[in-house]
Design a protein around this ligand. Sequence first.
Ligand SMILES: Cc1cc2nc3c(=O)[nH]c(=O)nc-3n(C[C@H](O)[C@H](O)[C@H](O)COP(=O)(O)OP(=O)(O)OC[C@H]3O[C@@H](n4cnc5c(N)ncnc54)[C@H](O)[C@@H]3O)c2cc1C
Ligand code: SF4
Length: 329
Amino acid sequence: MSGLAYARAASLESATEVIGSHRAAEVIAGGTDLLQRLEEHVLPPPLVVDINGVEGLRAIEVDDHEIRLGALVRLNQVIESAPVRDAFPAIVEALIVTASPQVRNLATVGGNPLQKTRCLYFRDQSTPCNKREPGSGCGALEGRNRINAILGGSEHCIATHPSDFAVAMAALDATVLVVGARGERRLPFTELHRLPGDTPHLEHNLAPDEVIEGYRLTRTPLARHSHYLKVRDRGEFEWAICSAAVALELDHGGRIADARVAVGGVATKPWRLGQVETALQGRQATAEAFAEAAALSVQNAVAHGDNAYKLALLPRTIARALTELRERL
Ligand SMILES: Cc1cc2nc3c(=O)[nH]c(=O)nc-3n(C[C@H](O)[C@H](O)[C@H](O)COP(=O)(O)OP(=O)(O)OC[C@H]3O[C@@H](n4cnc5c(N)ncnc54)[C@H](O)[C@@H]3O)c2cc1C
Ligand code: SF4
């Protein structure tokens, strides 16, 4: 960790000023991802700006229309929030299966969607990786890619986005509140992350001087009827190889009036499946309708050898998530 400079920000304005004027500087929140990266010498920033002293970012604010999460809200704080559990169950379910209780006590909702990929080559300095070192090549394309993406990849990168929380936030139409040197702006959560294309090292749409202040979630009957299902290689303390956040609103006749489907562990960013949502609308909420709509999830998928099993796993995960949700509506 030699050569690392540390600063503490008293306000978000001062944090944005400092990271905007120091190339590659990063804010640090819970530090559960950034400190691991520093220990592994993977893209260590020259300066970290600690935002834990900034007031007003640790609250979950609730009113009749929406819930607002400050960027420094800890993952366990969200799990323990009865209003969030009631209005957005998929978010709490995604966090319950995230990391461990100890990690969740530290990790924040601001840092979680910006954690780095678990692609094996990204964290191994002896191998090529376009995300770590642009232009060096991609070790995963022809290598060990069992955990890599089948959706949203490019010839330069097929790394999956690792966050569970982000998948639920994408499904439930969350808004990101952003602060930068030019003031505040709002961003649909689905536009926070970028596709890798030929610049996989650029992962999100925040400017160098911008930080996440928090999120807004609008209460809707649809969000209240939501569910998160995660498939992983072991029962605890593991990232997803496939996951689905789903929401359904049924009319009085049991037909699907509205649906949301987003998936994780299979795509280069939290991945909304608009074609699956459209296929569900107007159908009776049956296992057959779920399976037919879920089959569309892999229409544009590309497998790369070891990860071909995800072509079968993804539709099954979506259909199972919808079935589990239907059983409790
Ligand atoms: C053993 C282990 C298992 C894990 N398992 C899972 C899992 O199953 N599912 C899962 O989703 N995650 C998992 N994680 C990842 C964990 O959830 C993340 O490390 C954590 O949520 C990151 O939040 P943080 O506050 O610690 O971020 P930090 O480490 O502080 O920061 C991470 C990144 O976000 C940036 N950042 C932080 N806050 C802001 C902000 N407000 N605005 C702009 N940028 C910001 C930082 O600059 C940095 O680039 C696991 C982690 C560990 C260590
Ligand atoms: S998939 Fe992306 S992160 Fe993994 S080796 Fe290739 S370029 Fe690097």
